[in-house]
Ligand binder design. Structure first.
Ligand code: NDP
Length: 279
C-alpha cells in the first residue's frame, strides 16, 4: 500500500508556483476573500489561506460584511471587486446567511475571477470538457492521482457524494480523464454494490470513518476527501486502519487531499492573473 502524500505534493507545487510568481515581480496576483458574518472557524480558514498566499507571493485582501448585510450590498461589493484591476481572484466564504440567494451571488462574480470555479459559466465549461476554473478540491484529487502516475483511462471510478463543490465536478474531471464514472449518494440503494467494483474509490460524504473494508475491492485506489472531527481530532470518511491493508494507494486524512486543496486555489489565482494580464 502506498500513501498518497498530499502534503508533499503540495510543497512541490508551491515551490514551482512561487518561482513563477517571482518572475513577474513587482507585480503580484491578488486574491480577495469575502465573508458575511462572524465565525471564528471561517476566520481561521481565511487566515490559513492568507498565510498560504503569502508563502507563494500572492497578495491577499479580505472584506468582512456584517451578518445582517443585504443581498444588494454584497452584490455591490462583488461588482466593485469585479471592476477592480488589482483583484485577480474572488472567493466567497460559504455558507451565506439564509436571507441571501447564494446562486445569485455566485453568478455575480466575474467568471474570469471565479477562482473557486463555482460560477455557472465555469461549471458549464467544465461540463463541456473545456474548464477555465474547476473547483479546487476536485483539482487536488486529480493532481494527487496523476502525481503518483496512477492510470485513469479506462478505470472504473466510483465517487460517493454528489455536491456541486466536490462530487459533481470531480465526476466531470474523471470523465475527462477517460474514467468510467459512477456517482453514489445517500439514496443509492446498497453502496457496496457500487464501491466493490471501483478501481478508484473517491469518498466525499462528511461522515467519519463510514467506509470500511467491506466497501473495498482488493487493490483499489482510495481517495478520502472527508473532513470530520472526532473529539477535536481530524479524521476522514474512510476508516483508514481497516481499509489501508486492502488498497494499492490510499490518501490519508490529514495529509491527503485537504493539504492540496488550498494549493489548487493558489494555482487558479495565478492562472486568473495571467489570463487578465494577457487575455
Ligand atoms: P455535502 O454535504 O454537500 O455532500 C455530501 C454528499 O454525501 C451528498 O451527496 C450526500 O448524498 C452524500 N451522503 C451523505 N451520507 C451518505 C451516506 N450515508 N451514503 C452515501 N452518500 C451519502 O458535502 P461536501 O461535498 O461539501 O463535502 C463532503 C466531505 O468532503 C465533507 O466531509 C467535507 O468537509 C469534505 N470536504 C473536503 C474538502 C477538502 O479540501 N478536503 C473540501 C470540501 C469538502 P445526498 O446528495 O443524497 O444528500
Amino acid at each position: 500500500m502506498i500513501l498518497l502524500d498530499g502534503k508533499y505534493q503540495s510543497a512541490i507545487l508551491r515551490d514551482i508556483l512561487s518561482k513563477e510568481i517571482q518572475k513577474v515581480y513587482p507585480k503580484r496576483p491578488c486574491l480577495l476573500s469575502i465573508m458575511v458574518g462572524e465565525s471564528s472557524e471561517a476566520l481561521s480558514y481565511i487566515k490559513n489561506k492568507e498565510k498560504s498566499c503569502a508563502e507563494v507571493g500572492i497578495h491577499s485582501q479580505h472584506i468582512s460584511l456584517s451578518a445582517d448585510c443585504t443581498e444588494s450590498s454584497l452584490l455591490e461589493t462583488i461588482s466593485e471587486a469585479n471592476l477592480n484591476p488589482e483583484i485577480n481572484g474572488i472567493i466567497l466564504q460559504m455558507p451565506l446567511p439564509k436571507n441571501i440567494n447564494q446562486d445569485r451571488i455566485v453568478s455575480s462574480i466575474d467568471p474570469n475571477k471565479d477562482v473557486d470555479g463555482l460560477h455557472p459559466l465555469n461549471l458549464g465549461k467544465l461540463l463541456c470538457g473545456n474548464p477555465l476554473f474547476a473547483p479546487a478540491t476536485p483539482l487536488a484529487v486529480i493532481h494527487l492521482l496523476e502525481s503518483y502516475g496512477i492510470p485513469l483511462s479506462g478505470k472504473k471510478a466510483v465517487i460517493i457524494g454528489r455536491s456541486n463543490i466536490v462530487g459533481k465536478p470531480l465526476s466531470l474531471l474523471l470523465l475527462q480523464h477517460n474514467c468510467t464514472v459512477t456517482i453514489a449518494h445517500s439514496k443509492t440503494s446498497y453502496l457496496p454494490n457500487e464501491t466493490l467494483l471501483a478501481d478508484i474509490l473517491l469518498v466525499a460524504i462528511g461522515q467519519a470513518k463510514l467506509i470500511d473494508q467491506g466497501f473495498i475491492k482488493p487493490g483499489a485506489v482510495v481517495v478520502d476527501i472527508g473532513i470530520n472531527f472526532i473529539q477535536g481530532k481530524l479524521v476522514g470518511d474512510v476508516d483508514f486502519n481497516s481499509v489501508a491493508p486492502l488498497c494499492s494507494y490510499i490518501s490519508p486524512v490529514p495529509g491527503g487531499v485537504g493539504s492540496l486543496t488550498t494549493t489548487m486555489l493558489l494555482q487558479n489565482t495565478w492562472k486568473a492573473f495571467k489570463l487578465q494580464q494577457c487575455p
